[in-house]
Design a protein around this ligand. Structure first.
Ligand code: PEP
Ligand code: MG
Length: 592
């Protein structure tokens, strides 16, 4: 869309960039007025009616959230279901209604006042929490309380009216105080190119959804809604968090060129996504997709993926509202992926629950969940649950090339136990006369440093390994991956990290066992050349990164890169990369 610079004064705002990309568009303010909350005292005779009014509003909001979840379209971002579910759970928590009723009965508050007072109490409790992720959940409480207050005020369905306004213009940037997951679902059919919110942080649900639908977004830009007006021309940079309001002609031209270049690059990559990732000097590389539910397999194929390198099965367990998924439910999900991939390799990871992910209604009691009963440890502590998953996997193996991947393995005896359980699963299926196959490969995730160090001793026990750099870096550098206070110390280029990755790859080559990387590092184009130079030949990532990584591989001369990387690893105290992922010579670093 062509934009003409105007003569309004240009100014800059700042927030947190949480979903990459540059977008130029017109502002549309979603809710310019703050919610006016009436505060008044009710008489004693009105108390019960007021409590009922509250109950009714809570029920209406709960019913609507449930309907939205039930009717969630197939192509909606996968995160929306669980996020709506969090809101249903919060609004239906009996304590919410109970505590508000206490305020109505004991202080004669009207229902809206009781809700906002209770909301503030809860928000303060969350705000005092040490864990950043939990702290940001205060936003969910506020969103839910506001939904109920809006219902009490007969507020109508603002997002739907708003969506109608949006669908006429394509390059619009939504400006809102906050956007709830329910708003997102209601606005799905509308077109918008990006958004800015007053509140929110990098792990807020708004940020998660923005990333999953791939629109640039800036959150936590305090007062953006009051400073920006409907139809203002805006530039938002979802990486740096910069917002330019009413840009001058020069600034606009600069960003238009940047936006055009990004779009052109994207379409070039997309057109070539099906080409084999063969390097300039003929090295065969494999590029696979990471998925979290069976529906995403299609996207991996469309993006040029050569198979599935990581299917995180925990989402099947976490999203299940009726307890653990049954053997049949699991079989259906796994078989569906294997069938869709038609003989291409499908790596299914056994349940990795605990730490940052937990089952419905189950909160980790561990002092430090990242070091607690997580992943394979959790599975071995619940053998019945694990056996169900293993049986479902063996039944699904009939439909294609199955690779079973076990997360968080630290000890060889854990591998031995899993193997024993796999043969027990086969025995049980035989006795039950169910069709299954034992034609699968077994591998482990290398994400605990101890496993990486002794990998040469473990490779004989398995068919392949996959390096989980997200956790490997977390444990190597003692950086909690969900704690934003230490996020800037999460450093994939730390020499210890590169050394350990190089060690695992080398051991795999020596023992002729395939090594892949399925952590975020594999899908970040900055590291592609370096990883090729370290000997990596199998990359697995979210579908959207596949075209770019394949393109870089095809542009690389692996032989030349390898000798450069080897030299740099030996010589440089630390490897630094330029923006395209080329090694920066130490002299250049020092002089700068
Ligand atoms: C990893 O740790 O790198 C990984 C791929 O697993 P997850 O992110 O699911 O822990
Ligand atoms: Mg991991």
């Amino acid at each position: 869309m062509e934009h003409v610079a105007e003569h309004k004064a240009m100014f800059l705002l700042r927030g947190k960039g949480v979903s990459k990309g540059v977008v130029i568009g017109r502002a549309i303010i979603m809710d310019d007025a703050d919610l006016e909350i009436p505060h008044y005292h009710i008489s004693e005779t009105e108390v019960e009616a007021e409590c009922e009014r509250l109950e009714h509003a809570i029920k209406c909001v709960y019913d609507e959230l449930e309907t939205l979840q039930r009717e969630l379209p197939h192509d909606a971002p996968k995160e929306l279901g669980p996020l709506l579910n969090v809101h249903s759970l919060l609004v239906s928590d009996p304590l919410l209604a109970h505590d508000c009723k206490v305020l109505i009965r004991e202080h004669s508050y009207n229902a809206e006042w009781a809700l906002s007072a209770q909301g503030q109490n809860l928000e303060q409790k969350f705000a005092a929490m040490e864990d950043v992720y939990l702290r940001e959940r205060a936003l969910d409480i506020r969103q839910v309380i506001e939904l109920v207050i809006n219902e009490l005020l007969g507020g109508g369905n603002k997002p739907i009216e708003f969506a109608a306004k949006l669908s006429v213009a394509s390059s619009t940037i939504v400006i809102a105080r906050d956007i709830t997951p329910a708003d997102m679902v209601r606005m799905r059919t509308a077109q918008f190119a990006g958004f800015v919110t007053d509140v929110g942080g990098p792990t807020s649900h708004t940020a998660i959804v923005a990333r999953s639908i791939g629109v640039p977004a800036v959150v936590g830009s305090v007062n953006a809604r009051h400073m920006i007006h409907d139809h203002d021309l805006l530039i938002i940079d979802g990486e740096t968090g910069g917002i330019v309001v009413n840009p001058s002609a020069e600034v606009l031209r600069f960003y238009q060129e940047k936006e055009q270049k990004l779009l052109a690059d994207k379409s070039l990559l997309w057109n070539k996504r099906k080409l084999a990732p063969l390097s300039l000097d003929g090295e065969q590389v494999t590029v696979l997709g990471n998925i979290e539910n069976p529906e995403e397999a299609e996207e991996v194929l469309k993006s040029g993926g050569q198979g599935i390198g990581l299917y995180r099965t925990e989402f099947l367990f976490m999203g299940n509202r009726d307890g653990l998924p049954t053997e049949d439910e699991q079989y259906d999900a796994y078989a569906s992926v294997l069938k869709q991939m038609q003989g291409k390799p499908v790596t299914i990871r056994t349940l990795d629950i605990g730490s940052d992910k937990s089952l419905q209604g189950e909160l980790s009691r561990a002092v430090n969940p990242a070091l607690g009963l997580r992943a394979v440890r959790y599975c071995l502590a619940k053998p019945d649950m694990f056996m169900t998953q293993l049986k479902a996997l063996l039944r699904a193996a009939v439909h294609g090339h199955l690779k079973i991947l076990v997360p968080m393995v630290a000890h060889r005896h854990e591998i031995a136990t899993v193997k024993k359980m796999l043969s027990e699963a086969a025995n049980q299926l035989r006795q039950e006369s169910k069709e299954f196959s034992e034609d699968y490969e077994l591998g482990v995730m290398v994400e605990i440093p101890a496993m990486a160090v002794v990998i040469d001793m473990v490779l004989d026990d398995v068919d392949f390994v996959s390096i989980g750099t997200n956790d490997l870096i977390q444990y190597m550098l003692a950086i909690d991956r969900v704690d934003s206070d230490v996020a800037d110390l999460f450093d994939p280029l730390h020499p210890a990290v590169l050394r350990i990755i190089a060690h695992v790859i080398k051991a795999g080559i020596k023992k002729k066992k395939p090594v892949s990387i399925c952590g975020e590092m594999a899908g970040d184009s900055l590291y592609t050349r370096l990883l090729l130079g370290l000997g990596l030949r199998e990359f697995s990532m979210t579908a959207k990164h596949i075209p770019e990584i394949k393109y870089i591989i095809r542009q690389s001369h692996v032989g030349l890169i390898t000798s450069k990387v080897k030299k740099a690893i030996k010589k440089n105290p630390r490897i630094d990369l330029d923006g395209s992922g080329f090694i920066v010579e130490p002299s250049a670093t020092q002089s700068s």
